[in-house]
Design a protein around this ligand. Structure first.
Ligand SMILES: C[S@@+](CC[C@H](N)C(=O)[O-])C[C@H]1O[C@@H](n2cnc3c(N)ncnc32)[C@H](O)[C@@H]1O
Length: 419
């Protein structure tokens, strides 16, 4: 009997399956049994070339067989071998030093709180900050163990009292102030004071968000593509975990609002053959989603709808709606509006899934999310929210909420069920 050793050819070795460009048969001579065996194995779509006297052959599969589209689809549901979460944490570390230096060298936050404990609103007022930037700054300092809240009042922890109050014997504020004029710190101070995201004043427009009448990077082809593909770097790692976490065995229709590349939906489509998805986003973003749908072999079950999720009609009668990394881009009123629109898009007993990161309900950590909140604050009109905040908005919109299920890279899903 012939034995076959498979050698992936360079042109067809991108992923596994049966796509081998060449095969070498050894240990037999070129006689009828070999041909019979090869014919059986390859269903006659091959050619055989003798290699020499030792009975070896190169068996080449025909290109139509090699390039079969179904066999080319990438997997959106294969999880990473190694959890990349620490990489994201290191990447966001700079926000910690920027916020801490800003608090010490530009806002005298520790000196003010050394004089008296203050309620959040009073402190924000003293610092000249609106609620969103004050929230980002105070949450990060609480997560660093420098501030604590008791009975509604913010006060310094023993570490901050000893080491960050100007004039204290062991104050290290001057040391931190060495970075006071660093570009990242100055930029953070400006963002905190203005409460406007990067890009909102220039021609480039803001990344990740589109607000009617304002300049958005998501409405120019090159920048929309750049930011959308950048997000895929995280999404392709997290999508397999999301596909495992969402109970979508029954549902037939999923609306992925602000879906970006659509990779989260495509993972769910690969996992659930009965499911169809609508990805709703800006027109230039959907060009990338179209490419991804083809790459993941799900384009026959995907509809792409361009529009403004705040003002254009959304599809109705959906079994499920996914808001993945959407609400953290917006301030509280817009979050409530979007949740209300999602509820309107659901059929009775339909389910809304909020996939995002979550601050602790007490808004004092965890530190990686507090620093991610600063990143969101800098780039968008949002920040990180707590599970309690999301849950309160969902329940106010008439949803019954379920416990949060973790996915990956600090993300998790909170589910709300329509009545
Ligand atoms: C942070 S990305 C999230 C993408 C994807 N859901 C994910 O989890 O990676 C936000 C997405 O919302 C889209 N978006 C922002 N404002 C929008 C609007 N007003 N209407 C439609 N889509 C919008 C952006 O184009 C972007 O693709």
């Amino acid at each position: 009997m012939a034995t076959f050793k498979r050698h992936p050819s360079p042109s067809t070795s991108a992923s596994g399956g049966t796509r081998y460009g060449t095969m070498v048969a050894t240990g037999v001579r070129c006689d009828r049994p070999l041909h019979a065996a090869v014919t059986l194995l390859l269903d006659e779509r091959y050619s055989v070339t003798p290699l020499g006297r030792n009975g070896a052959f190169v068996v080449t599969l025909f290109p139509t067989y090699i390039l079969e589209p179904a066999a080319m689809s990438a997997s959106a549901i294969q999880p990473p071998r190694v959890d990349p979460t620490p990489i994201f944490e290191h990447f966001r570390g700079s926000y910690g030093s920027e916020l801490l230096t800003a608090a010490v060298a530009h806002f005298d936050l520790f000196g003010r709180l050394a004089e008296r404990a203050m309620a959040f609103d009073e402190l924000a007022n003293e610092l000249g900050l609106q609620s969103r930037p004050a929230n980002v700054l105070v949450t990060a300092l609480r997560a660093m163990g420098l501030l604590e809240e008791n009975e509604g009042l913010l006060r310094l922890t023993p570490m901050a009292s000893e080491h960050l109050v100007p004039g204290a014997r062991l104050d290290c504020g001057d040391y931190l102030s060495l970075a006071a004029q660093a570009p990242g710190v100055l930029s953070m101070v400006q963002l905190l004071k203005s409460n406007k995201p990067i890009g909102s004043d220039g021609d480039a427009g803001t990344a990740f968000i589109y607000r009617g009448g304002a300049k958005s990077a998501m409405d120019a082809e090159a920048s929309a593509r750049h930011f959308t593909l950048a997000l895929a770097g995280r999404a392709k790692n997290v999508a397999p975990a999301l596909a495992d976490a969402l109970p979508l065995c029954g549902p037939q229709t999923l609306l992925d609002l602000g879906g970006g590349t659509g990779i989260y939906s495509f993972a769910l489509l690969q996992k659930h053959p009965q499911l169809r998805a609508v990805v709703f986003d800006r027109p230039d973003v959907l060009k990338v989603a179209q490419e991804f749908a083809e790459t993941y072999g799900v384009s026959d079950r995907v509809e792409l709808i361009p529009g403004d999720m705040f003002s254009d009609p959304l599809p109705e009668n959906m079994d499920a709606v996914l808001l993945s990394n959407i609400l953290h881009d917006w301030d509280v009123p817009e979050c409530k509006t979007l949740i209300g629109r999602c509820v309107d898009a659901l059929k009775p007993a339909g389910r809304l899934f909020i996939h995002d990161v979550f601050l602790d309900d007490s808004l004092d950590g965890p530190l990686p999310i507090a620093l991610y909140s600063a990143a969101l604050f800098s780039l968008t009109e949002g920040r990180a929210y707590s599970e309690a905040e999301y849950r309160s908005w969902m329940e106010a919109a008439g949803l019954k909420t379920e416990a949060k299920v973790p996915t990956l890279v600090h993300c998790g899903v909170v589910e709300g069920i329509a009545s």
